[in-house]
Design a protein around this ligand. Structure first.
Ligand SMILES: Cc1cc2nc3c(=O)[nH]c(=O)nc-3n(C[C@H](O)[C@H](O)[C@H](O)COP(=O)(O)OP(=O)(O)OC[C@H]3O[C@@H](n4cnc5c(N)ncnc54)[C@H](O)[C@@H]3O)c2cc1C
Length: 464
């Protein structure tokens, strides 16, 4: 059994490694570096940069902790070297896993020539045809480029430029107040840049719960970030070595850099998918709940299929697609059990200061779906560990079903939110109730005690 995987990001290597573990022969085709956007331009570079930014922010508060300390300069070259070291280490580990699992990695750009064949243009210009019993497409996503902005203009950046760390702008205009825009806003503000965020919607983090949005915007404003909400950048020019952004409202913003962070689009064009018969929903490849495309034996995962464009989602989809592909190839004539991804209990995180982490639904969207829910809120301001750490802004907000106490969702803004959310995700995945979490003793002092408090309150309100 031979499985061909196109694209070596988390979706692609997740699929390739799982298929190999299940005994398939696997070819993984990657045109650039293994690790994809996540390791090379996304999750890992940004979080490595944000760690340095956090140190600067902490040092700025040093006096409040009884310390005399300051950061004199931000050494961009040293930041870059550290980031590259972390990325290289992780890419090396993915390469080592491929070797250990005997996955053949083919360097080149692949094109789906038929449902069971990928033509690969290799670096030396030659072509290799790879045939498989199943093909898993995982070509990821690309930066969305606003049509009214010339992205080739000097001084216009996307996140790909920002993570290369060539410069530290004195001032920066960030277009887009979503996850990527706010993480960069936080980093640059901590490093001392003057940061302005322009967001088309009338709130940051569109689609998120109101309390989460309010707290996050307030924290960023406290760091000095300015917001133009419900506004849009209509034109960007370079004048005397500076960028001039004209907004729909008429406001004009001057800056060293304009960074476009308005989202990403599935990387689905130009690789023969459509010609081979794969169907789309706009630019995303359409899949069923088992990650099968419209073409028999061809699966698709990750950013390419849209939805929650996150690395851990892509990886889980890769694993599930590989299991389903192997199951379909192995089972002849008998009933097959195919797997699905439980999207309802996958966390999504924003690495601002403080962090944001959400899982499941907020109260309003649960109500819209006809679920009778209660909401309980507990604040970090009353938590010993958070106060001791000087990070007592934020809250845990829990949404649970009335009567049963089943957890429907949770939103956390506060210290270590991206770690503590998993307690709730595990509970949701295994149908635990707020009462069961509240009955579990949490170590003291920990910020997780706030989750327990919210659960205890929710249990009382639920009557469970
Ligand atoms: C700035 C930024 C920060 C982010 N931060 C986070 C975060 O903190 N947490 C999180 O969960 N997600 C984050 N993401 C999103 C995350 O990076 C993506 O969701 C994830 O990488 C998607 O994985 P994927 O495998 O679907 O695609 P990708 O990681 O994009 O991988 C696709 C791979 O396919 C290759 N490829 C494409 N076409 C071909 C072809 N024809 N032939 C051969 N190879 C091809 C590409 O070179 C690439 O390596 C971030 C993204 C960005 C841009």
């Amino acid at each position: 059994m031979h499985i061909v995987v196109l694209g070596g990001g988390p979706g692609g290597y997740g699929a390739a490694f799982e298929a190999a573990r299940l005994g398939a022969e696997v070819t993984l085709i990657e045109r650039s570096r293994l690790g994809g956007t996540c390791l090379n331009w996304g999750c890992i570079p940004t979080k490595t940069i944000l760690r340095s930014a956090h140190i600067v922010a902490d040092t700025r508060d040093a006096a409040a902790f009884g310390l005399a300390a300051s950061v004199a300069t931000v050494d961009v070259a040293a930041l870059r070297a550290r980031k590259e070291g972390v990325v290289d280490e992780l890419v090396g580990q993915v390469e080592a896993s491929a070797r250990r699992l005997k996955v053949r990695v083919l360097e080149g750009e692949g094109r789906l020539a038929a449902r069971d064949r990928v033509e690969v243009r290799l670096a030396d210009g030659s072509t290799e045809s790879v045939e498989g019993d199943a093909v898993i497409l995982a070509t990821g996503s690309d930066v969305f480029r606003l049509p009214n902005i010339d992205h080739d203009l000097e001084g216009v950046w996307t996140s790909d430029d920002a993570v290369t760390l060539t410069d530290m702008p004195k001032d920066i205009v960030i277009i887009g107040g979503g996850v990527i825009g706010l993480e960069f806003a936080c980093a640059y503000a901590a490093f001392g840049s003057v940061v302005t965020v322009v967001e088309l919607m009338d709130q940051v983090l569109p689609g998120n719960d109101k309390r989460v949005v309010k707290q996050t915007q307030a924290s960023l404003e406290e760091m000095g970030v300015a917001f133009h909400l419900g506004d849009a950048v209509e034109a960007v020019e370079r004048v005397d070595g500076r960028m001039r952004s004209t907004l729909r409202s008429g406001a004009v913003l001057e800056s060293d850099i304009v960074m476009s962070a308005v989202g990403r689009v599935p990387n689905s064009a130009g690789f023969g998918f459509e010609e081979a018969g794969v169907e789309f929903d706009r630019r995303a490849v359409r899949v069923d709940e088992h990650l099968r495309t419209s073409l028999e034996g061809v699966y698709a995962v990750g950013d390419l299929i849209g939805g929650m464009m996150l690395a851990h989602v892509a990886e889980e989809e890769g694993v599930v697609a590989a299991r389903n592909a192997v199951a379909e190839l192995r089972t002849v004539g008998a009933e097959i059990h195919l797997e699905t991804v439980r999207y309802d209990c996958i966390p999504a995180c924003v690495y601002t200061f403080p962090e944001v982490a959400v899982v499941g639904s907020g109260r309003d969207s649960a109500k819209e779906r006809g679920i009778d829910v209660v909401q309980a809120v507990a604040k970090f301001a009353a938590n010993g560990k958070a106060l001791g750490e000087g990070e007592s802004d934020g809250f845990v907000q829990l949404v649970a079903e009335k009567g049963t106490g089943r957890i429907v969702g949770c939103q956390i803004v506060g210290p270590h939110a991206v770690e503590t959310i998993h307690e709730v995700a595990v509970a949701m995945r295994h149908d635990l109730t707020v009462r069961q979490l509240a009955e579990t003793v949490h170590a003291h002092p920990t910020v997780s005690e706030v989750i327990r408090m919210a659960c205890a309150d929710a249990a009382q309100k639920c009557g469970c």
